[in-house]
Each structure stands twice: as C-alpha cells, then as structure tokens.
Design a protein around this ligand. Sequence first.
Ligand SMILES: Nc1ncnc2c1ncn2[C@@H]1O[C@H](COP(=O)(O)OP(=O)(O)OP(=O)(O)O)[C@@H](O)[C@H]1O
Length: 604
Amino acid sequence: MANKKPKQNKPKTGLARCLELASNKKGLVFLSAILSSLAAIASFVPYIAVYFIISSILKVYPNLELLDMSKVMNYGWIALAGIIANILLYFLAIFSSHMAAFGTLYELKLHFAEHITKIPLGYHLTIGSGRLRKIMDENIESIEGFIAHQFPDFVASVTAPIVMVIILLAIDWRFGIASLVGIVLAFVVQFSGFGSGAMKENMGKYQIALEDMNNASVEYVRGMPVVKAFNQTASSFARLEHAIKEYTEWVLKFSLGWQNYMPAFTTIINNIYLVIVPVGILLGANAQDYKSFTMTFIFYLLFVPAIAGILNKIMYISESFMQIDGNVARMDEIFNIPVLPQTTSPKKTQKDDVVFDNVSFTYTGKKEEMAIENVSFKANQGQITAIVGLSGGGKSTIANLISRFWDVTEGSVKIGGVDIRDISEKDLMNHVSFVFQDIFLFKQSILDNIRMGNPNATEEQVIEAAKAAQCHEFISKLPNGYKTVFGTKGIHLSGGERQRIAIARAIIKDSPIIVLDEATAFSDPENEYLIQKAFEKLMQNKTVIIIAHRLSTIRNADKIIVMEKGHLVEEGKHNELVAAGGRYSQMWNHYTEAVDWKISGKAV
Ligand SMILES: Nc1ncnc2c1ncn2[C@@H]1O[C@H](COP(=O)(O)OP(=O)(O)OP(=O)(O)O)[C@@H](O)[C@H]1O
C-alpha cells in the first residue's frame, strides 16, 4: 500500500493532496482527465454544426430550394454525434474517476485505520472517538467525492474555456473580443471576491463554527440525561444556542460577503448579449457581406448561453476547492501525529515489577506544564501499589505511561528492569491489563466481549472467568445467555455489570501486571461488594497498580504513593504514612471525618 501520509511539512492544496492520495490509481485518474477534456471539447461540436447549418441556409437564402439538404442533414448528424459523444465521454470519465475514487477511499480508510492504531493510545483519549469517526466518515469520504466528481469537472472547466476562447476568436475575432470582455470582467469580479483575505477568513471561520455547532448538538443530545438530572437545561441549552448563534453569524458573514460579487458575476455572465448586441449593431452597419455577418452574429447569440453555463460551473467548482482544502487539512492533522516508535531489537522481560525512574511527562510538549515531574517508585512484583492524591495530581498519567499510552518525556518506565520502549508492543500488551471506569463493550456477544482478553479461550474458560468476576449470574439471566449480543434492543447492562465484564476480560487475559482505575462511585452496596470480590480474584498473585479514589479500599496495600501536583510527595504503608503525619495522614483524617459525618446522620 502506498504511503498516504503527507510527504512534506508544507501544506498542499486539497487538489494536489487528493492527486497524491490517488497516486496508486494514476492510470484511471489520467484516463478520467482525458475523457473529461474530450467531453468538454465534444460539447462545443453542436454549436459549430449549427453554425454551419445556419451558414448553409443563409448562403442560398431566399432561394431555399438550392439548399443542399444532405449537407444540412450531415451537420445535423454531427451535432447529434457531438451531444452523444459529450454524454458518453463524460459518463466514461465519471466512471473512471469513480473507480479511482473508490480504490483510493478503500486504501485511505485502511491506512487511516492502521495509522490510528499506531499512534500513541493517549491521543485517542485526547482526540475523542467522535472526532475520529467524523474525520474517517465525513472528511475522508469527501475526498472520494472530490476525486469522483469535482476532479473531472475541474479538468473540464480548464479545457472548456481554452476551447471556448479559440472558437470565439476563430469565427470572428471582433465578436470574440466583445464576448471576452464580459467573461474577463466576470472573472475579475468573481476572483476579487473569492480570493480576498476576508472571504477566505470567513470561509475558515464558517467551517469551524459549523463543526462547533455539530459538536455542541451531539453533546447536548448525549448529555440530556445528566442535564435533566441536574436541572441544567437552560445553561446547557445556552451552550448550544451560543454555538448556533456563532454559526449563524459566520454563515451570514460568509453569505453576505458574496452579496455584491455573486449578483455582479451572474448578471455579467448571463448578459454577455449586452456587449455582443451593441457590437453587432456597430459592425452590422458597416458590413460588406450582410449574409455572412448575420450568420456570425446569430452564432454568437447562440453561443452565449454555453459561456454562461461553463463559467457558472467553474464558480461552483471553486467553492468545492475551498471545502476540500479544509477536509484534507483535518485528515492530515491525524496523519501528522507521529506513530509510537517500535524497537527493532525487542528485549524480553523476566520479572514483573514496574519501576518509574525519574519520570517526567508533559502532554503539551511545554516543560513548564509537566503533568508529572521526576517521579520515581517501584511497584514490586506480586504486590499491590496504590496511587492516591487529589484530582489533577497525576494518578491517571502514571497509569497511562505504564502501557505506553504516551512515551515519557524524561526518565524511563521499566518492567523487570527493561525499558518499556525496548519491549515489543505485543509483549507489553500481553504483560499489562487495564480495567478502566469507562468500559467499552463491542456490539458482539457477551462471550466474544470477554474472549477479547484471550481469543484462544474456550467457552468453559470464559464462563470460569465470568464466575470469578461475579458476572455469571446476570449473564445467565440474559435472553441468550453468553450468546446475547450487547447493544441489541432491550439489552441493557448497568455500569457495575459492565465493569465486572471488563474484569472477566482481564481475568481471562491473565497478564502478570494489572492497572486498575477504581470506580469513583458504586451504584449500590451489592454491586460494590461484587466488584470488590471480582477485583480480589483478579489481583491474586499479580503486580497491581491501583488508582484509588477511596482510601478505605487500599488500607492493606503493600505500598501507597501520594501524588500532588505532579510530584510524588509520600510513599509507604498505610500505618507508616498515618503515623508520619504528612499529606496522607491529612487525607486520611478528612476521609474518616467524612465517613463519621455520614454515619452520624449529618449527611443529607
Ligand atoms: N490529555 C491531556 N492533555 C493535556 N493535559 C492533560 C491531559 N490529561 C491530563 N492532563 C493534565 O495533567 C495533569 C495530571 O492529570 P491526571 O489526569 O493524571 O490527574 P489525576 O490525579 O488522575 O486526576 P483525577 O483524579 O481527576 O482523574 C493535570 O494537570 C491535567 O490537567
């Protein structure tokens, strides 16, 4: 597969980039360009033929009995052949361009999908699946549309004016120049509007506002349950309303920007007669051969609608050029994300302890915005290491760095003494399992969803894991048991049930290192009890790193790490840390006070 990434840093125009993307289908693209040019040329044939018919009639007029009918008929056939050739050639051009476009779309989507699996996983969390879906479905699909439709039309719109100018000047250069005055004037008007900095800015802002409005609408609809639960309808709607207003403002600015140029352009293009007729009157007054003059005059009057048609087409093509520039840029933003480097000489790790060796990391690339700084600790093999701290302290960042969701900015993360950058991706993924709060289940059977942890697992092994994860009971009650497809109508799983399925997935994967993000809230004590039981089973004999939100669950951890504003401020066992009277001790006091407060009934 050809490389679909942009070959240079300098941004290319949408057209150049589309042609680069379709380079594997060069032959078809070239064929489409040729056929489209020929179709454009063929479209003029009927006009020429009609010109000769008029010419034949006028030569013998008023003695029409002298008219050579067979000659007239031949011109008629030529005109018809021109029309048919135009339709046929254009059809073949579009056919070839579609073949090229579908092939390109197929490769491009595959390549895009492959690329997003190679970029650091952390980007997926940052970019969001909605935006990636939009780029893949809408922006990339628009490239297919551009190659299939706009490209052949663009080629025709370049060929047609050239042929048109030749014909205009060849038949009678004086009428030709008169027509060209109108055409040039129309183009000057169009490009002074279209090419102006303000118009380009408006177009860019209009596209961004459109995207913002779409995002706000999706957020509004998706967040409706939360919005209603917290009675936030007005403020939430205010955000959507703001996005709609912003869009309206830019769409108006963009549309009003055309208010002078567009009518001027259309008026000139549709009224080239206004130039031709006075020129005709002037020339007619001095004509030597009146018949020949009339013939030429009629031809130009007939030809004018063709000019308007061609120029209108060019105008709409220029608009689609603006749009494709934006679509290609959005796609290339993703292609420009560097893939996570993979080692060419992978090392094997024999042990399963995790060491953070002076690790610093920044999401933004700016050193002054370090998410964690100079963090060093060891999570011993087979032991539980808990990470605690206030929100934004860097707990999730530490968890994400263990699976190379991102690469460290400084220092190193080691498993069994080997830098994780020297471990093959597959090996690393086999070594580490994640259980997040936000569980993603595929629209597949529950069996397959659990089996994702180990594709070779037998049905019995899946059931065993489900039992250990406390989900066998509720799965058995589903209409088709383990074969029930998640996401189908009427199949609903609670947050706790989904989390237990994720635990079953991790149990069946049986990797030696487990990174757990403990749920912040449990729906009910029954669920909490079941999840804790499932966790216990999952954690047996593993190296566990747990992001803890409630201190009660980690009192027995072998080691507790306290994070604050990206720094590791304390480390030790629960009793040691409480006795030390530092940050953890404060957190513990606050925690126990809160619990006592609840128990004594002061909580609402
Ligand atoms: N994707 C991201 N892009 C930029 N900055 C980020 C990103 N994720 C986290 N940060 C920043 O990094 C810092 C550490 O965040 P992190 O999520 O690791 O903290 P945390 O302790 O897990 O917080 P919480 O308990 O709220 O989940 C914060 O300042 C946060 O704003």
